[in-house]
Design a binder for this molecule. Structure first.
Ligand SMILES: Cc1cc2nc3c(=O)[nH]c(=O)nc-3n(C[C@H](O)[C@H](O)[C@H](O)COP(=O)(O)OP(=O)(O)OC[C@H]3O[C@@H](n4cnc5c(N)ncnc54)[C@H](O)[C@@H]3O)c2cc1C
Ligand code: SF4
Length: 474
């Protein structure tokens, strides 16, 4: 416990605020070993208990201590199929590191940094052993959506000998990992490599297929003769504020803004026509306090915004964004305007945004979320001059499949009802998991759902038995 936590090296804040290169630079091998030696190998490891997919952290850290990085990576892959991704984006502070006993008196073992290290080491060594594939079962599974839930399910199902085809509405594979999370947090090459591994294992991918429009679930089952379907379509439907002026030019949802930057390559402005309102020397505000809002405001800063300001109606203590993101954003020059709520967006005669009328807020009693309720302060109205407003206050279920599949049971908010143990839906042969069932959550939870669904689909394909989903679902 006397050894201080090893710091992750980072790119210089001023330089990185002008480009999209990855901020965190990764640990060198000797530093990873030093960090691993901080672990005191608890009899009841809280790190493992608090990991949503039960990664065997203690054993992995011991293998790093022994310098056997490839064995550590292999052990990690037993429970987590995408460690290079989760090592970069998991909210470790509230999961494994939150459960680490060292955190009670000091800083927890840097489990996320170690996870990233072994995954990168394995990849760079070129000795990534692809798992064995069972002989063909003659069964085929369609997966709808190529986010972490769909990719994890594909990985497990192909290993069990089933034919797997992933249908993706967008032209690139990876879901939020590519269209939402920016390059400076998760380089696209890392996601691409994981997708390529799946291809090598035999998974088929078809992009630009909007299931529910181009083809329905019933057609996949009856006409294309898939034996089972896993719906992993996520929760990408943006929520707006419902205030006057949201139709103005210069107003984006965070999802549209990030998708245009990531998939239409606004982040490579020298090579691609800017598929987005030019932020250079303009004032940008992003409304919200979660990871999505933080990604949007840091992206706006990198696209050259004169001011990039996060506007949030509660205080910083209530912000759901990861602590590291807040720290990085502040270092990069993002401004924080807490306890502020836009009530109207203002425009000129040509329909272009010119300002945001805002009110100051104060915190009252805790609401249903357990956080103190923000309440407007009378007489505090003021106008912020602004050219771009990005709204990142949450998302809802992607709706197309539900609307084209009448016998698929949904919740009042249009999420798909699936049994939390088996991921079975109300429709025979159809399973669902990830954000489309839980609402917006995390990468690791979506991956866990994908793996659970794969095990359940395998059982169904092997036994042919379909049990009715309990009325309540998840
Ligand atoms: C900007 C942003 C930042 C985030 N940052 C983090 C983070 O740092 N850490 C973390 O743990 N979590 C983060 N999250 C949350 C996390 O990314 C999600 O919980 C996770 O990606 C959900 O995985 P999924 O597979 O269920 O869905 P998604 O990743 O949303 O993938 C669903 C896929 O289905 C496709 N699809 C939708 N409808 C159809 C259709 N009808 N036909 C075919 N394909 C369809 C979509 O195009 C998409 O590719 C972030 C989310 C966002 C938006
Ligand atoms: S809780 Fe912390 S110290 Fe204990 S085994 Fe896990 S990583 Fe090591």
């Amino acid at each position: 416990m006397k050894i201080p936590r090893v710091r992750m090296p980072e790119r210089d804040a001023e330089a990185r605020a002008r480009n999209f290169e990855e901020v965190n630079l990764g640990l060198a091998a000797p530093d990873a070993v030093t960090e691993a030696t901080r672990c005191i190998a608890c009899a009841k490891p809280g790190c493992q208990i608090d990991c949503p997919v039960g990664v065997k952290v203690k054993e992995i850290v011991a293998l790093i201590c022994a310098g056997d990085f490839l064995a550590a990576a292999a052990k990690m892959r037993e429970d987590n199929a995408l460690p290079a991704i989760t090592g970069r984006v998991c909210p470790q502070e509230s999961q494994c590191e939150g459960g680490c006993v060292l955190g009670k008196k000091g800083l927890p073992v840097a489990i996320g940094n170690l996870e990233r290290f072994i995954a990168d080491f394995e990849r760079q060594s070129g000795r990534l052993g692809l798992p064995a594939i069972a002989p063909s079962t003659g069964k085929s599974v369609a997966i709808v959506g190529s986010g972490p839930a769909g990719l994890s399910a594909a990985m497990d199902l192909i290993q069990r000998g089933h034919r797997v085809r992933v249908f993706e509405a967008l032209h690139e594979l990876g879901g939020v990992l590519v269209y939402g999370i920016p390059e400076f947090r998760l380089p696209k090459s890392i996601v691409k490599e994981e997708v390529d591994n799946l291809r090598r294992m035999g998974v088929e991918f078809e992009t630009n297929v909007v299931v529910g429009k181009s083809v329905t679930l019933d057609e996949l089952l009856r006409v294309e003769a898939y034996d089972a379907i896993f719906v992993a379509t996520g929760a990408g439907l943006p929520v707006f504020l419902g205030i006057p002026g949201e139709h103005l030019n210069g107003v984006y949802s965070a999802n549209e803004f990030l998708t245009r930057t990531n998939l239409m390559r606004a982040y490579k402005a020298d090579e691609y026509d800017q598929p987005i309102y030019d932020c250079r020397n303009r004032d940008v505000i992003v409304v919200g306090g979660g990871n999505t809002a933080m990604d949007a405001v840091r992206t706006a800063r990198r696209l050259g915004a004169r001011t990039a300001t996060l506007v949030y109606r509660r205080s910083e203590a209530e912000m759901p964004a990861r602590t590291e993101e807040v720290k990085h954003a502040r270092e990069e020059g993002v401004q924080f305007r807490m306890l502020t709520d836009p009530v109207e967006l203002l425009g000129d005669k040509d329909g272009w945004l010119t300002g945001a009328r805002c009110v100051r807020m104060e915190l009252g009693e805790p609401d249903a979320s357990g956080r103190r309720r923000p309440m407007p302060i009378r007489g505090s109205e003021h106008i912020l001059p602004v050219n771009v407003v990005i709204i990142g206050v949450g998302t809802h279920a992607n709706p197309l499949i539900q609307s084209s599949t009448p016998d698929l049971k949904t919740t009042p908010h249009n999420y798909i009802v699936a049994d939390s143990a088996t991921m079975r839906t109300s429709k025979r042969g159809v399973f669902a998991g990830g954000d489309i069932v839980t609402g917006g959550a995390t990468v690791i939870l979506a991956m866990g759902a994908g793996r659970k669904a794969a095990a359940s689909i395998h059982e169904y394909l092997s036994s042919g038995v379909w049990e009715k989903v309990p009325e309540t679902g998840t």
